[in-house]
Design a protein around this ligand. Sequence first.
Ligand code: NA7
Length: 545
Amino acid sequence: MSSRRVAPEIVDAVVVGAGFSGLYLLHRLRGLGFTTRVFERGGDVGGTWYWNRYPGARCDVESMQYSYSFDEALQQEWHWPEKFSAQPDILAYASHVADRFDLRRDIDFDTTVTAAHLDEAQGTWRVETDRGESVVARHLVMATGCISTTQMPAVDGLESYRGNTYHTGQWPHEKVDFSGQRVAVIGTGSSGIQAIPVIAEEAARVTVFQRTPNYSLPSQNAPMTAAYEDEWKRCYRERRAEMRYTFHGSLKDLNDVPARSVDEATRHAEYQKRWDIGGAGYLGAFNDLLTDQAANDTASEFVREKIRDIVHDRQTADALCPESHPIGTKRICIDSGYYETFNRDNVELVDLSDGAIERLTADGLVANGRAFAFDSIVFATGFDAMTGTLLAVDIRGRGGLPLRRKWEAGPRTYLGLMTAEFPNLFMITGPGSPSVKSNMMTSIEQHVELVTDTMAHMRDRGLALIEPERQAEDDWVAHVQEVANGTLFPRANSWYMGANIPGKPRLFMPYIGGVGPYRRICEEVVAAGYRGFRLHSLDAAAAAE
Ligand code: NA7
């Protein structure tokens, strides 16, 4: 897919990744007259939606809100067929955007960036790819996504298994046919919970291996109605403007009172109403669900009651009821018929809470001391989120400092955008920004606009370099943790905390202060002459050394 052409000597920007961040970056950088090369590991655009093609893959943010807002004609013309979009529709949208703005001609597909080293004397980045290409760039923008490096569990005997294996995050492009098969699904996060009901309809038998039960809410997904779509499109401009300053970067109905300020019947009615509407709006039932354990208990218990109502087998229902973490502190799952699937004759739940998957064998696996035979094993075991993909690239800043070393004890950024000692290296929705705790589309657009405006600002003033001051970074890292510690989030062993990866430092990686407040902070930083950043010409940088 990539077309070889004569590369410019030095480009203004190298962008890594052609998901929704990379596509918008390229469009904007072009508009501002910056020369840009984009490298993308996949064979086409779409990022996370290119890779996560597993059955049932669907966005957990409503379609009308999970799309670009930067082009009025685009948002008016595009039609989403469902309330919550399925992966093929989102991928089709990414492809449409690439066509519409003629983006593919500057993207090298099937190309992985392996290294990026700062040349301090020149104030540039030398970027290397696995195709042996080397490009010099004034700015390096990592648009690599937050959940793009898959995690396989370290289980003995992986190589000995003779059946088919799949990871939800690296799903084949051709249809996988499970008809007549005995299928194992390992993992019950969002991916497993979406895939299991669909696989169960096709396979002869599905065995679900669950280490930790998760809370899942019904999506109540439905075809898009003309009335709903028209209403959104009529008000798109105003609604998008409002979304940018909300807590999650999306329009949700928050009932701004504490859970225990109302009586039990009222509380129950509020939860029921939101359960019936569907989606993550359930967590907006009261304003203290993620800060007050007793309040959270009421919301958690409502969902446990639902699980016990839906699932007929008592033992299975009990095993599916999450007890070990407050609802919402792990990424809430949004499903289409997940709990109902356990009432099917061909579905079995294996509870690993007192055991483990011990090893894979030639025919299947051994778990809890019991041997199982499978034709296919689906790993829905998640990602090395937020930092995994950044750290997979050999990034070296000032004095050859590897990013891996700098982040040994966890990611350190200023505003989730940049990290000290790595001038002109930007991260889109990096750790320390709202990122995965927001509507990603809103956060992506904000960061892309901020980064590209900053590059234009530098060019207009003849400034070569930008990097955070150490103090500003330290203060921001402390602030991110302080805000997280005021919530229930640190109580869960979640991927937000790095807890799903053995040996990964434990700290809350996204910024949970809210999209609107975060945007205001960024606006103030820029208005105050990029407070907390050092902006300088190359000569000044050399003189300071
Ligand atoms: P998640 O949410 O990280 O879920 C991974 C699941 O895999 C989770 O249930 C894990 O259990 C389970 N897991 C991981 N390793 C093992 C082993 N060794 N044995 C058994 N079970 C295991 O990833 P998803 O892909 O579902 O979702 C990621 C995000 O993508 C999601 O939050 C959305 O934002 C989109 P655990 O809970 O760690 O005990």
